[in-house]
Ligand binder design. Structure first.
Ligand code: SAM
Ligand code: SF4
Length: 331
């Protein structure tokens, strides 16, 4: 298909977020339900062969960029050889991974050999005790060593995803932004999305307030958009090796330029992170559907990709929380 996948609002969909597991070695308060989360049974999770088949079908439809996510992708057995096979799929130009970084240090070398060059690591604080309180695991040092290993092996860019939260890490915005003065990290502040209802309205911190705090340190230079920036707006301190990114799903709609498709670990296709309109691909995959049948299902789903999410309509306390935890959709 020469022109690729175009949705009903003339957006070109060329980017796949592929979740390989719903399991995780952390329990981030904003992601996992407080009352626990029932993992999918193993047989419900797509096998690597099935995931690769879906990727081959989507590349045939014009999707050339794949981000592997979860849950925590590195807890799935055999992930490195899967990534190697994914990088080798004809038509896949770019494979990246989003991880919490806990297991990154020991895997960085193998990931590099598998063909991965770009990595996103989630880290909301530079304070080990706070890290344990947010994630449920005393693993700050492990993540920091993972980040260092990623830089040492030459991954570029190494992005740090920080969920900005009032009363939790808003006292560290400046310190985290200043990491970009010492390291080539892209430190990206993400607005909290309402996946968990606990104190959402008290914790939500708009990106504009994050920028204000950082600008108080000195002038910021806006970086040109494009070149795989996705929904982030980027800035730099003059002369800094790193960049500062703002991802504002709540305060600045990036829906008009959304180019994404998601496939969950159990093979549900989601055209919008926030719309509970999954299309089941696992059943057809396992019951004799041809590649053309599955491609047709994907194309039909793209045609009905929602124009935008409506989470930021109404006052903050009235924002509806989403029915599925982020870890089960694949962030
Ligand atoms: N486990 C990996 C990790 O933490 O990077 C990958 C999956 S995680 C669901 C992907 C991203 O979603 C992380 O950067 C995480 O911070 C973000 N995330 C999870 N829940 C969120 C929420 N309620 N609001 C904003 N971002 C969230
Ligand atoms: Fe796990 Fe990532 Fe969710 Fe944290 S944000 S609980 S690391 S899936």
């Amino acid at each position: 298909m020469a022109q690729g996948l175009i949705d009903g609002y003339q957006r070109q969909v060329d980017y796949l977020r592929l979740s390989v597991t719903d399991r995780c070695n952390l329990r981030c308060t904003y992601c996992m339900p407080a009352g626990g989360f029932r993992y999918l049974p193993h047989e419900a999770i797509l096998r690597y062969e099935e995931l690769l088949r879906l990727v081959r079908i989507t590349t045939g439809l014009g999707i050339h960029k794949v981000r592997v996510t979860g849950g925590e992708p590195f807890v799935r057995k055999g992930i490195v050889s899967f990534l190697e096979r994914l990088c080798a799929v004809s038509g896949v130009d770019d494979v990246s991974v989003t991880t919490n970084g806990v297991l990154l240090q020991s895997m960085a070398k193998d990931l590099w050999h598998a063909g991965i060059r770009r990595i996103n690591v989630s880290l909301d604080t530079l304070q080990p005790r706070k890290y344990a309180a947010i994630t449920g695991l005393d693993a700050f040092d492990a993540v920091w060593r993972g980040l260092s290993a990623a830089l040492d092996h030459g991954f570029s860019p190494v992005k740090i995803n920080v969920v900005a939260m009032k009363g939790i890490n808003d006292d560290e915005i400046e310190t985290m932004a200043q990491l970009t003065l010492a390291y080539p990290f892209h430190v990206r502040f993400i607005e909290l999305m309402p996946f968990q209802p606990d104190a959402y309205e008290e914790r939500y911190l708009a990106s504009d307030l994050v920028v204000e705090k950082i600008e108080a340190l000195g002038p910021l230079i806006p970086c040109p958009s494009g070149n795989g920036n996705g929904p982030a707006r980027y800035y730099q301190f003059p002369g800094a090796p790193g960049k500062i990114g703002l991802i504002s799903p709540m305060s600045h709609h990036f829906c008009p330029t959304c180019n994404r498709l998601r496939i969950t670990a159990e093979g549900s296709l989601r055209t919008c992170l926030f719309a509970d309109r999954d299309v089941d691909l696992r059943h057809p995959l396992r019951h004799g559907a041809s590649d053309a049948d599955i491609a047709r299902l994907i194309c039909e789903a793209i045609e009905t990709k929602p124009e935008k999410h409506r989470l930021n309509e109404g006052s903050v306390p009235h924002r509806k929380c989403l029915s599925r935890p982020m870890t089960s959709i694949g962030g």
